[in-house]
Design a protein around this ligand. Structure first.
Ligand code: ATP
Ligand code: MG
Length: 464
C-alpha cells in the first residue's frame, strides 16, 4: 500500500519543518506549503488524505482553505479531513472551523503524541468513509443500468425506454430471446427509478408448480389448506410500493392470469382463504421470451391481461442484431471474471475479437459471458487467444469467395449479412496490417480516410 499523504500548511517555516519530521517519522508522506494558496494548488495537483493547516495565514486564511476544500469535496464525493492548528486566543475561530466541517483542532503549543493520534484518527475515519462509499457505489452500480453494457443504437433505444418508465407506475412487458438481458433491464428500471428504495421481487412464473402459484403470488390465510399453519404474505404484498417482476409470464396458467388482472385493476389482492382484501401498490414488469401476442391469438394468454401489462413494450434485441456491443460486452466480462479468478487478463487478441464479432450467439449475452468466463479460466497468458474458444468458432475462410467457387446452400443465404461480415473482415485485417494506423489502413483498402472511419463506426470497431 502506498503511503498516506498529508499536506501541512503553515507560514512559519520552523513549524512546517517540525510537523514534516514528526509525521514523516510516523510513515506518512508530507508535503509542505507556506500559504493557503500554495497548499490549495498542491492539493489540486494531487489530493492528499489529510490536511493540517494553521488558522492565521497571510492572504487566504485557514478558514477559507477549509471552506474551499469542503466545497470541492461536495462536488467530487471525496472528502478530505482537515485539522486546524490554532494559536492561543483564537479558540473562537477554531470552534467556527469545527462548525464548518473541520475534523478537529489543536492548540499551539501542542503535545506531539496528541497530534500524531489526531492525525491517525482522521486518516482512519477517512479510510472508513471511503470504504463505505465504495460499498455503497458497488451496491448501487450492481443494479444501476449503467451496468447494462452496450452502446449500440439498439441498446440506446432500450435505455431511452428505461428512462421513460423508471419513475412511473407504468407496467411494461420486456420481450427478448433467452439470455438477452431481460432481467437486467427489469432491475435497471427498478433500481434507477423512484421505487428503488422499495422491494424488487422477482417471480419465475414457469418455475412455480401450478397448484402453488396463486398462494405464492397472493399469500394465504392460516388454515386455508392443510399445511397452512400461519398467514403467509404473497409476492404481490411483499413488493408493495416497489416492483414485481413476473418472469416467463407466458407460462402463467390462465386461471392465475384472471387473478393477476384483478390485482392490477383493483390494486388489491385476495390471499387464499381470506375474505379480506389487501391494497397493494405495485408496478409490474413482465418478461417473456415467447411472442406473447401470438400466445394471445392462440388463446393461451388473456388478451385483457396482455394489454394491461403491455403498456410499454421493451424489446431487448438479440446480440446478433447489435454486433457493435459484442466487444464491449466481452471486455466487460473479461474485467469481471479476471478479477474473480485473480488473473491479470488484459483483453482479446484481434483474431479472437474477429471470431466473436462473427458468431451468431443463439444464447445471446449469457452465452458470451459463459464463453468469456471459460476462456479467462483457461487462459495461460494475458490475452484471450482464439484457440481458447470452442470449436464452433474455428474460422471459415471468408476470403475464398474470390475463387468464385461458392456452393449455394439450398435454404438460401442472407446476402446483406454475408457482405457485412466480409466487409468487417477486410476492415480489421487492413487495420492489423497497418499496425492500427487508420490512414494507412484506408489506403490499403483504396478508400478515403473519412469513408474508412465511417465504416469502422458502422461496425463498432474501436481503434483505441
Ligand atoms: N447489456 C448487458 N450488459 C451486461 N451484462 C448483461 C447484459 N445483458 C445481459 N447481461 C448478463 O447476461 C446474463 C443473462 O441476462 P438475463 O438473465 O438478464 O437474461 P434474460 O433475458 O432474463 O434471460 P432468460 O430469458 O434466459 O431468463 C446475466 O448474467 C446478465 O447479467
Ligand atoms: Mg431471465
Amino acid at each position: 500500500m502506498s503511503k498516506q499523504r498529508i499536506l501541512v500548511v503553515d507560514d512559519e517555516r520552523s513549524m512546517r519543518e517540525f510537523l514534516g519530521i514528526l509525521l514523516e517519522r510516523e510513515g506518512y508522506e508530507v508535503e509542505k506549503a507556506g500559504t493557503a494558496e500554495l497548499g490549495l494548488a498542491a492539493f489540486e495537483r494531487n489530493p492528499h488524505d489529510l490536511v493540517l493547516t494553521d488558522l492565521n495565514l497571510p492572504g487566504m486564511s485557514g478558514l477559507d482553505l477549509l471552506r474551499l476544500l469542503k466545497t470541492r469535496a461536495a462536488s467530487s464525493a471525496r472528502d478530505v479531513p482537515v485539522i486546524m492548528i490554532t494559536a492561543y486566543g483564537t479558540a473562537a475561530t477554531a470552534v467556527e472551523a469545527m462548525k464548518r466541517g473541520a475534523f478537529d483542532y489543536v492548540m499551539k503549543p501542542f503535545n506531539n503524541d496528541e497530534l500524531k493520534l489526531l492525525a491517525r484518527r482522521a486518516l482512519d475515519m477517512r479510510a472508513l468513509g471511503e470504504e463505505n462509499l465504495r460499498l455503497k457505489t458497488e451496491l448501487r452500480d450492481r443494479y444501476h443500468y449503467h451496468t447494462l453494457v452496450g452502446s449500440s443504437p439498439a441498446m440506446q433505444e432500450v435505455y431511452a425506454l428505461i428512462e421513460r418508465v423508471k419513475d412511473t407506475r407504468i407496467n411494461s412487458l420486456i420481450e427478448g430471446e433467452s439470455g438477452t438481458g431481460k432481467e437486467l433491464v427489469a432491475r435497471a428500471i427498478h433500481f434507477s427509478g423512484v421505487r428503488r428504495d422499495h422491494p424488487f421481487v422477482a417471480v419465475n412464473c414457469g418455475a412455480i408448480p401450478e397448484n402453488l402459484i396463486e398462494s405464492e403470488l397472493f399469500g394465504y390465510k392460516k388454515g386455508a389448506f392443510t399445511g397452512a399453519q400461519r398467514d403467509k404474505i404473497g409476492f404481490f404484498a411483499a413488493a408493495d410500493k416497489g416492483t414485481i417482476f413476473l418472469d416467463e409470464i407466458g407460462e402463467m396458467p390462465l386461471l392465475t392470469q384472471v387473478k393477476v388482472l384483478r390485482a392490477i385493476q383493483e390494486k388489491k389482492v385476495n390471499p387464499v382463504g381470506s375474505t379480506e382484501e389487501r391494497s397493494v401498490d405495485v408496478r409490474i414488469l413482465a418478461a417473456t421470451n415467447k411472442e406473447l401476442e401470438a400466445e394471445v391469438r392462440l388463446g393461451a394468454f388473456r388478451e385483457d391481461l396482455f394489454y394491461r401489462l403491455n403498456v410499454i413494450t421493451i424489446r431487448v434485441p438479440p446480440l446478433r442484431e447489435r454486433r457493435a456491443d459484442i466487444i464491449e460486452l466481452a471486455r466487460h466480462f473479461i474485467a469481471r471474471h479476471a478479477k474473480e479468478y485473480g488473473k491479470p487478463i488484459e483483453g482479446l487478441t484481434p483474431d479472437t475479437a474477429r471470431l466473436l464479432q462473427h458468431h451468431d450467439f443463439p444464447g445471446n449475452v449469457r452465452e458470451l459471458e459463459n464463453l468469456i468466463e471459460r476462456s479467462v479460466a483457461l487462459a495461460p497468458g494475458p490475452r484471450i487467444t482464439a484457440d481458447l474458444l470452442p470449436d464452433k468458432f474455428r474460422p471459415r475462410d471468408d476470403t475464398s469467395l474470390e475463387d468464385n467457387q461458392i456452393s449455394f446452400p439450398s435454404e438460401g443465404i442472407e446476402l446483406d449479412e454475408r457482405i457485412r461480415s466480409y466487409e468487417y473482415t477486410w476492415l480489421t485485417r487492413a487495420l492489423d496490417e497497418a499496425g492500427g494506423n487508420k490512414t494507412k489502413a484506408a489506403d490499403l483498402l483504396g478508400m478515403s480516410f473519412r469513408s474508412f472511419r465511417y465504416r469502422l463506426q458502422k461496425h463498432g470497431i474501436s481503434t483505441d
